[in-house]
Structure formats: structure tokens, C-alpha cells
Design a protein around this ligand. Structure first.
Ligand SMILES: Cc1cc2nc3c(=O)[nH]c(=O)nc-3n(C[C@H](O)[C@H](O)[C@H](O)COP(=O)(O)OP(=O)(O)OC[C@H]3O[C@@H](n4cnc5c(N)ncnc54)[C@H](O)[C@@H]3O)c2cc1C
Length: 397
């Protein structure tokens, strides 16, 4: 096993590369097509001393402490509870929508009856997806679900996804459920952390191992050839012992079954000579023209005492066009695209030494903790494969 390539330096690629290098003591060549490591978690300090995450705001939120403990090997971490507001009908309301939002949107008098109904109907449930509210037989609950749906979910999704909202996979609509309490945390996960010195510093430490070599600004597909007659993989003409791939599967297989669509974000930055611009660090704007969210990064830093003014990043959803500059952000998951992705997965099975994972290859809307946990699982599969086939390579899986 001397010819091992890992494609991608996001969490999926970096976690597996580090484990192969450290736990299996094997050399790993890591290829990254961007000019930097860390995938979508990449951040950098701007000229105003503000740590900006270049691909949108990321916080590690998880119920599994082992994820945080694992990351603590590579960076000190600090607690950071994700909080958001949504700007609806000219006022800021809490996101996730919660009992406070009910009061804000329908007024205290109506809220009393409605909150009592929510407490009874969803007793013991922490969060409830908006579509469940919409479909509830109680006309008051359903009317409130519809109000949230029409004022927030529908316009937000229309901009974000640019496909009819009804065709979107239910998992997408279920992503920001209503809190059946006054809980203000955007995600109801027990552990919410950020790396003290940023994600890029964490990734630098994770990838810093004598068995790992990294090539940046390098598209792996310019090196990889798949021999579909013999089910072998070549890298610059040499047969690979193992390929770990965290890019998009349609690209690996040359669009054989058609394109897997992604949405992207065009992120615009604006600096303000102010201590604070918005009332919360992340604000969703479902009704705004063209953009969906604004982030005030200064308030996601461990220490912002040296920051000058404040920078606001505004996210404009847009199509992802392969080969162009903007990165793929969100897989557009519909029945049709799931089927197409499955065809690529079947194709991938032909190559016994090909392991793929991550939000691109799995065509899933993973959070980072899912991504890390899934990378652990894939590493176990890789370890079994290597143990079965020996360090000199083989074909059994
Ligand atoms: C705006 C936004 C906000 C998010 N916020 C959160 C959050 O707060 N909390 C959370 O848990 N999750 C969040 N996520 C999800 C999180 O970004 C993903 O879980 C994570 O990026 C997945 O990591 P990955 O390694 O699978 O993919 P990526 O980070 O995308 O890494 C894949 C890497 O592979 C490289 N690559 C692809 N093809 C090739 C090729 N042919 N050759 C070489 N390199 C290649 C890419 O350039 C990329 O660097 C958010 C996602 C988005 C879009």
C-alpha cells in the first residue's frame, strides 16, 4: 500500500488522511483543487483583524462529545452557542421559531391559546418540523404552520434552491424545526463549539504529519484515470492501491449518468465603521430581494478585541456551474437526483479500492459532526480492506 491518494482537504478528506498516516503508518498523497486546505470550513483573518469564514458561517454542533474531543487534539476549542434571528414583516424574530416568535407574530392574546395547544399536542417534543404544523388537523396549529411556511420557509427556499419548494426532499424542509419552548439555540445540540484560532489552523494541525504530503491548486481529475474494463484506478499512469475521494461522484465518472446539481452562494462583504451592525450575529432574511442571510463574523471570534469596525457577509444564492469559480455548497436533493446519485454509487462499487465520503460524494446535506463520524466509519472500512489485502495490495473487499 504505497500508492494512496486522498482527494479533498475538508473534514472528510483530512480526517481520513490523518488516520491513514497515523494509525496505519502509511504515506498519503492529499490532492486539493482549491488554493487552500480546510474545504468549506476555510477561514482567514481579514485586513480589519476579523476572522472571516469564506464559505459561510460554520459552528460545530453535536450531541456526540467524542467529536469535540477528537477535534481538541488539533485545536483548543471554545463554547459558542449558535443564535440567529429572522427578519419578517419588518421585525426581528427569533430563529428557530419558538414560543417567543408566536407572541411576536400573532400577538400575546392569540399566542396564549396557541402556545397552550402546542404544549398539549407536542408534549415531550423538543422541536417540530414546520410541515408537521401545516398538516396538523387543528385549524389554529395548521394556520400558524402556514403562516411560518408562507412568510419564511417558502420565500427562503425559493431563493436558496430555485426549484419548486414542493419538489424538495423532506429532509431539507425539516432542517430548522420550530422549538416547542423558549429555547433560543438555533440548533438543539448539546455541544456547540468553535476552534479558538479558527478552522484553518485546526486543519493545518490535522494535516501536519510526516506521512502526509499535500498538493494544492491541483484538480485530482487531471491525474486520475478509471479503467472500467479491469476496474482499476490509475494516478498519473501508475496503478493506485487506494483512492479516497471526497469530491462529487458525477465528476469522477465524467457525468456518465448526468449532472448532480448543487446550489452555490455568492458572498459579498461590507465593512462598517461600527462596533456592531445587527442585533444578532446571524440573521436570516426570507423576504429580502436576492439574499438569504447576513453574518457578522466579529461575534464568532474567540477574541475580537483587536477587530476594527465590523464586517458583514451577505449570502446571495446562485446556481453552481461546474468549472466556474463559485464552489458547490448545497446538493439539490430531489427524487430524481437521488436516483441519479445511486447510479453513481453502483458504478463506484466496481472499484474495490475506491472509498468515497463527504457532503459532495455522498450527495448529502451533512453537518460537520455527521461528516466526521462518517469519515471514522469509512476509515474502519479502509482499515479492514488493508488488513485483508495486506500492505502490498489486493482486490478482496
Ligand atoms: C453555508 C454553509 C454553512 C454551513 N454551516 C454549518 C454549520 O454551522 N455546522 C455544521 O456542522 N455544518 C455546516 N455546514 C456543512 C459543512 O460545510 C459540511 O458538513 C462540510 O463542509 C463537509 O466537509 P467535506 O469534507 O465533506 O466537504 P468539503 O468541505 O466541501 O471538502 C471537499 C473538498 O474536496 C475538494 N475537491 C473536490 N473535488 C476535487 C478534485 N477533483 N480534486 C481535488 N480536490 C477536490 C474541494 O475543493 C473541497 O475542498 C454548512 C454548509 C454550508 C454550505
Amino acid at each position: 500500500m504505497k500508492n494512496i491518494v486522498v482527494v479533498g482537504t475538508g473534514f472528510s478528506g483530512a480526517v481520513i488522511a490523518r488516520k491513514i498516516a497515523e494509525e496505519l503508518d502509511l504515506p498519503v498523497k492529499v490532492i486539493e483543487k482549491r488554493r487552500h486546505i480546510a474545504g468549506n470550513m476555510y477561514d482567514e483573518m481579514d485586513e480589519n483583524g476579523i476572522l472571516v469564514q469564506k464559505y459561510g458561517p460554520h459552528v460545530i454542533v453535536t450531541n456526540r462529545w467524542l467529536v469535540i474531543e477528537y477535534l481538541m487534539q488539533y485545536s483548543e476549542m471554545f463554547k459558542h452557542i449558535v443564535k440567529e434571528l429572522s427578519f419578517i414583516d419588518g421585525k426581528y424574530v427569533r430563529l428557530p421559531f419558538n414560543f417567543e416568535t408566536v407572541q411576536q407574530l400573532v400577538g400575546e392574546r392569540h399566542a396564549e391559546n396557541l402556545i397552550a395547544k402546542f404544549r398539549k399536542e407536542y408534549c415531550g417534543r423538543d422541536r417540530v418540523p414546520v410541515l408537521e404544523l401545516v398538516n396538523n388537523p387543528d385549524p389554529d396549529i395548521s394556520a400558524y404552520g402556514n403562516l411560518l411556511f408562507e412568510k419564511a420557509y417558502r420565500p427562503y427556499c425559493a431563493k436558496q434552491w430555485d426549484v419548486p419548494v414542493d419538489s424538495l426532499d423532506k429532509s431539507i424542509m425539516d432542517r430548522v424545526p420550530m422549538a416547542m419552548s423558549y429555547d433560543e439555540r438555533y440548533m438543539n445540540k448539546d455541544f456547540q463549539f468553535l476552534p479558538k484560532y479558527g478552522f484553518t489552523a485546526l486543519f493545518n494541525n490535522m494535516l501536519n504529519h510526516p506521512n502526509i504530503s499535500i498538493s494544492l491548486n491541483d484538480d485530482a481529475l487531471n491525474h486520475i484515470t478509471l479503467d472500467s474494463d479491469n476496474n482499476k484506478i490509475f494516478f498519473d499512469g501508475e496503478e493506485l492501491d487506494l483512492l479516497v475521494y471526497t469530491g462529487a461522484l458525477d465528476e469522477l465518472f465524467n457525468m456518465k449518468y448526468g449532472e448532480l446539481p448543487y446550489r452555490s452562494l455568492n458572498i459579498q462583504y461590507e465593512w462598517f465603521d461600527k462596533e456592531q451592525v445587527y442585533p444578532e450575529k446571524i440573521i436570516s432574511f426570507p423576504q429580502a430581494d436576492g439574499y438569504t442571510r447576513k453574518t457578522e463574523y466579529k461575534f464568532m471570534m474567540y477574541d475580537n478585541s483587536k477587530a476594527k469596525g465590523s464586517v458583514i457577509a451577505t449570502e446571495y444564492p446562485t446556481a453552481y456551474v461546474k468549472g466556474e469559480e463559485l464552489a458547490p455548497f448545497y446538493p439539490v436533493i430531489t427524487d430524481d437526483t437521488k436516483k441519479r446519485h445511486n447510479m453513481y454509487c453502483e458504478e463506484a462499487k466496481r472499484y474495490k479500492n475506491l472509498f468515497y465520503c463527504g457532503r459532495l460524494a455522498d450527495f448529502r446535506y451533512y453537518n460537520m459532526d455527521d461528516c466526521i463520524l462518517h469519515a471514522f466509519e469509512v476509515f474502519e472500512e479502509i482499515k479492514n480492506y488493508i488488513n485483508k489485502n495486506g500492505k502490498t495490495g489486493g482486490v478482496e473487499r
